[in-house]
Design a protein around this ligand. Structure first.
Ligand SMILES: Nc1ncnc2c1ncn2[C@@H]1O[C@H](COP(=O)(O)OP(=O)(O)O)[C@@H](O)[C@H]1O
Ligand SMILES: Cc1ncc(COP(=O)(O)OP(=O)(O)O)c(N)n1
Length: 267
């Protein structure tokens, strides 16, 4: 049977991040994609021009009807915007006993727009992180969750992964896209071992949606029954291809190319 994945996230009208990136990634990884939209953003390659959160009723209904009828082998959360939305999503994921939960703790878009209210960080820590199979913070997100000012080395990334693990997630991937390093290094910590996923840093400005795409690829692989380490490994290859063929569309930071990994495999 075809694997199914649900993304609970914000809509990016520009198509590079959020729900749109997730669904494109699920499709590329041969997983049936479903969505519950938490907020609509008016977004393009120049940034976020408007944020319109959906009502709790609308969000609950979307999740309810999908999980009660179709079900999901894995669920990804992205932009959740408020404490109230986090509490709602956490309750529903518990009620439906979802097994594989990937929490991408989206906080700030690359252009600087806030996608999570400051007061929601505590709710994220208290309710959602402890339910997660995998969490995928970038360096600023890891700092915000831990109350740290900076993470600027792989040693600090390992320390952050350990401290984040103590908040209850089964696995932590600290993404190193923001590290000033010639390689792009992500570190997975499963409570015992630190595993490094490393590729050469690609010199491009077209990286809109990298975090969403990477977490969506992990979600898709978990939905198909792969282990967390296999899922992270495939997601790393997927995002590296997508960035290497990033799309120079629009006047600003273009999106990654979700079809690039498939093309590479068939070459
Ligand atoms: N320039 C780059 N070259 C290669 N990989 C990158 C580059 N920028 C980010 N990545 C990878 O993309 C994924 C998303 O990372 P990151 O940019 O840190 O997340 P976010 O989009 O949440 O800020 C990670 O696997 C990271 O290593
Ligand atoms: C609707 C929406 N959700 C998440 C993001 C952030 O996406 P990310 O993959 O971290 O990429 P950047 O926006 O930082 O390039 C978003 N922008 N919009």
């Amino acid at each position: 049977m075809k694997a199914k994945a649900l993304t609970i996230a914000g809509s990016d009208s520009g198509g590079g991040a959020g729900i749109q990136a997730d669904i494109k990634t699920f499709q590329e990884r041969d997983v049936f994609g479903m969505s519950a939209i938490t907020a609509i953003t008016a977004q393009n390659t120049l940034g976020v021009h408007g944020v319109y959160p959906q009502t709790l009723e609308a969000i609950e209904k979307q999740i309810d009807v999908v999980l009660s009828d179709i079900g999901a082998d894995s669920v990804k959360t992205g932009m959740l915007f408020s404490k109230e939305i986090i509490e709602l999503v956490s309750r529903l994921l518990k009620d439906y006993k979802v097994e594989n939960i990937v929490v991408d703790p989206v906080m700030i878009a690359k252009g600087g727009a806030k996608l999570l209210q400051d007061e929601a960080i505590e709710a994220l820590k208290k309710h959602l992180l402890p339910q997660a199979t995998v969490i995928t913070p970038n360096l600023p997100e890891a700092c915000a969750i831990l109350g740290w000012s900076d993470i600027n080395s792989t040693e600090a990334m390992e320390e952050a992964a350990l401290e984040l693990y103590k908040l209850g997630a089964k696995n932590v991937v600290v993404k190193g896209g923001h590290l000033n390093h010639e390689q792009s290094i992500d570190i997975l910590f499963d409570g015992k071992t630190y595993s490094y996923y490393t590729n050469n840093r690609i010199n491009t400005k077209h990286t809109h949606g990298t975090g969403c795409t990477f977490a969506a690829a992990i979600t898709a692989e978990l939905a198909k029954g792969n282990s967390v380490s296999e899922a992270v490994s495939t997601a790393k290859s997927f995002i590296t291809s997508a960035i290497s063929e990033g799309l120079a569309i629009g006047k600003g930071i273009g999106p990654t190319n979700h079809g690039a990994y498939r093309k590479e495999l068939t070459r």
